[in-house]
Design a protein around this ligand. Structure first.
Ligand code: GUE
Ligand code: MG
Length: 291
């Protein structure tokens, strides 16, 4: 193995510590903590684990967490009524409805009901549009976390060839938008891409977000590339990413591990977005780029 391992867990912990410092300053100015509401529907064990770790992170940062749980058969209207209440609640700066939702609930309707200016997940179409057109708004946490790791590692990304594998609204598309903004030459590959290995081989930056265990092979990676693995796949052998880690690590310059890479960044950026939202809503000035 020759690649440096990008320690997302340590980067996220440092970011969270800086956020906690800024939370104290915010409380002194605004007289209240930043507030994040997290809504969980159903009993999916993986979702319950994520929601618990989000709450722990919220408390550790000095923010206020509001937690709401519904049984899997909650009527959509009841969920929407809660979103309406949270939209109107002055102490709530961020609203996150944990996905996936049960099949009888339309995720698009719920996501679109959240006030875009409290949408710290960045899933509302208004925020997707803001990102696509260069306006201020919330950027989805996972791709923004990936970008922070890339900038920390590579500095200026301009002119680099980037391949994003996966075209979801939550990761692939916003990741591509962020890399375009960084002046990368961006290719978005997906399940219908022909000759994926040749597409990946050109890339200085590979972001894998396909949700298929170890699909991106080490032999495809250009020597010296930086590999960001967004995948979290539970297999018989344990947690693995979308990248063949051992193979890729023998040729890449740097690679994120799973776990301990992108995942912890997602939660740290959620706190960051909530802190940014709190400052905007309370009209307390804040330099988010100094975080
Ligand atoms: N509205 C909404 N917003 C989300 O941001 C959202 C969501 N729904 N639904 C589920 C996904 C998944 N997600 C993760 C958060 C943290 C880790 C994380 O911290 N992972 C650790 C531990 C991995 C493990 O042990 O499971 C790691 O990669 O090292 C992973 C995944 C947020 N999601
Ligand atoms: Mg796909």
């Amino acid at each position: 193995m020759s690649a440096d391992i990008i320690d997302g867990k340590a980067f996220a912990a440092a970011l969270r510590a800086r956020i906690a410092g800024q939370v104290e300053t915010f409380i002194a100015a605004a007289g209240r903590p930043p507030g994040l509401a997290v809504v969980l529907v159903g009993e999916d064990p993986a979702s319950a684990v994520y929601v618990r770790s989000k709450h722990k992170a919220v408390r550790e940062a000095g923010m206020e967490g509001f937690e709401y749980r519904f049984p899997a058969d909650v009527p959509e209207a009841e969920l929407l009524a809660l979103v309406d209440r949270l939209n109107a609640d002055v102490n709530v700066d961020g609203i996150l409805v944990q996905l996936p939702l049960p099949a009888h609930i339309d995720e698009r309707i719920v996501t679109t009901r959240i006030d875009p200016d409290k949408d710290v997940d960045g899933f509302h179409p208004v925020n997707a549009g803001r990102l696509a057109t260069g306006l201020h708004g919330f950027v989805p946490c996972t791709p923004l976390g990936c970008l922070m790791l890339l900038r920390d590692r590579l500095g200026d990304l301009s002119g680099l060839d980037a391949v994003v594998i996966g075209r979801s609204n939550i990761v692939g598309k916003p990741m591509a938008q962020l890399l375009i903004k960084e002046s990368c030459t961006v290719t978005v590959a997906h399940s219908r891409t022909r000759d994926l290995s040749s597409v990946v081989r050109r890339a200085d930056i590979v972001v894998a977000a396909v949700g298929r265990p170890e699909m991106i092979r080490g032999e495809w990676i250009k020597p010296g590339a930086t590999v960001i693995d967004v995948g979290i796949n539970r297999t018989a052998a344990g947690l693995v990413g979308d990248v063949d880690f051992a193979g890729a690590a023998s040729v890449a310059a740097a690679i994120t591990p799973v776990p301990g890479g992108v995942g912890p960044m997602t939660i740290a950026v959620l706190l960051r977005n909530t802190l940014v939202s709190a400052h905007r809503r309370a009209q307390v000035p804040f330099d988010k780029d100094a975080l």
